[in-house]
Write a protein that binds this ligand. Structure first.
Ligand code: IYR
Length: 331
């Protein structure tokens, strides 16, 4: 796989392709980042962008994780002290997941976002941005029912983070894309470059295959799930015995979350998959890539129940170190 393919593997979109190609020419020492509003427990959405960071480390990038405490505060997630404490716990869980501290720079937003220059640049961006544009950018991120002034400031700060963290590539789930587009449009007005962005897909709801799996609604997978809980959630997951005929069609097509988790979580971290089956049902199946596993589910060679059994095993392995860490944090 060449550097460009490695960087863009499993991405839903990159903005722009040319800019990412130029980063891929010499990835060594380039900086990429993801920002997370601190929350108590990592869930599968955090793990998806973390997988991308791990892949980028393998491609030679320096990786920055922003623990966006001020953003979480602006988004109504609690008192500042509570959020700070959560940030520490979240950092430990990321390390347990595989973002080791030696190769990952963890930064708290409040370390630089409260400085004078940052505040003045923020006000300059405020002058350049209409309220309605800021509100639109926040549609998929905003917590709570009321739109507040804080929600208008939030995306502008996210834009400035790219400048102050001096990163070459901003990563986020597809729900971040409007904030990133706003950043691309407004940063040049204060003399800064438009950031290059990479967006990861959203995994559909585990039980229905419709909408996105999130921690606030529906069934989500998190680092605190026990092995039994994981098995139960995966066993109940929507997994038709063939894949979505057109994964790009967002209409009414239901996605297959079991396949998505194989594609975005299991293959990137394990490289290959073994589905264990008793000899009388044909014996074990081994897959070197996602496509061959999905093809076997399509053809009926791989039964959904066997796919789910294997998925629960691999997920359990991914989650186990973080689960252990959470146990320590609570004791
Ligand atoms: N908006 C993100 C959190 C966030 C991301 C980045 I990239 C920042 O620079 C700051 C905050 C979220 O929804 O979690």
């Amino acid at each position: 796989m060449d550097a460009y393919d490695q960087i863009t593997r499993n991405a839903s979109e990159v903005v722009t392709e040319d800019e990412v190609r130029s980063l891929a020419e010499d990835p060594d020492g380039k900086r990429a980042y993801v920002g997370y509003e601190p929350s108590g427990v990592l869930h599968i959405g955090h793990m998806l962008t973390a997988n991308k960071l791990i892949q980028l480390q393998e491609a030679g990038f320096e990786v920055v994780v922003l623990l966006a405490d001020v953003h979480a505060y602006l988004n109504g997630k609690g008192t500042f002290d509570e959020i700070r404490e959560t940030a520490t716990r979240m950092q430990e869980q990321f390390v347990a997941y595989g973002l080791d501290e030696e190769h990952t720079e963890f930064v708290l937003g409040s370390e630089f976002q409260l400085e004078e220059n940052y505040a003045l640049d923020l006000h300059a961006l405020e002058l350049e941005t209409s309220l309605s544009r800021a509100e639109r950018a926040m549609a998929e991120i905003k917590g709570g029912d009321t739109v507040t002034v804080a929600h208008a400031v939030y995306p502008l700060m996210q834009a400035l983070d790219v400048v102050y963290l001096d990163v070459d590539l901003a990563i986020g789930g597809m729900e971040q894309r409007k904030v990133h587009m706003l950043a691309r449009d407004t940063l040049p007005s204060i003399g800064e470059d438009a950031p290059t962005c990479l967006h990861t897909p959203l995994i559909s709801d585990l039980s229905t295959g419709v909408g996105k799996m999130s921690s606030s609604s529906g069934v989500s997978i998190s680092m605190e799930d026990s092995e039994e809980e994981l098995r139960e959630k995966v066993n109940k997951a929507f997994c038709p015995p063939s894949r979505d005929p057109d994964p790009d069609d967002d209409g009414n097509a239901r996605d297959n979350p079991v396949l998505q988790i194989f594609e975005y979580h299991v293959f990137p971290r394990f490289g290959e998959v073994v589905v264990e089956r008793p000899e009388k049902y044909g014996g074990n199946l081994e897959y070197d890539d996602y496509e061959s596993l999905a093809a076997d589910l399509d053809s009926g060679e791989l039964h959904p129940a066997d796919a789910k059994g294997a998925l629960a095993d691999y997920l359990n392995e991914l989650v186990a170190p973080g689960r252990e860490k959470i146990r320590e944090q609570r004791s």
